[in-house]
Design a protein around this ligand. Structure first.
Ligand SMILES: [Zn+2]
Length: 94
């Protein structure tokens, strides 16, 4: 009853943000025994699962899934049109 509702966020000294590589910008707190982290520099946030592995807060949504599934870059060489004066006769019809 005496415990505060709001989780205490404390900076982790020496922690490096996995997203922006900034140091000492990671705040960590526990919520329902689940460790949460966030970077105050870039807004990156994740949680740690039972295996202690980072789980990005940004869950895979359909939008993200489609974003990941971007169409394969068809590295098609643009067809180069070399204007051939021989094909266009100055006095000929278009
Ligand atoms: Zn960051």
């Amino acid at each position: 009853m005496s415990e505060a509702e709001a989780p205490k966020k404390r900076f982790i000294a020496g922690a490096v943000c996995p997203a922006c590589s900034a140091q000492d910008t990671i705040r960590m707190w526990s919520l329902d025994d689940v460790p949460h982290r966030e970077c105050v520099a870039c807004g990156y946030a994740d949680t740690l699962n039972a295996q202690g592995q980072s789980v990005p807060k940004e869950l895979t949504t359909r939008v993200n899934a489609s974003a990941l599934k971007k169409p394969a870059d068809p590295k098609v060489q643009p067809v180069q049109f070399f204007p051939n004066p021989k094909l266009k006769k100055p006095d000929g019809q278009a």
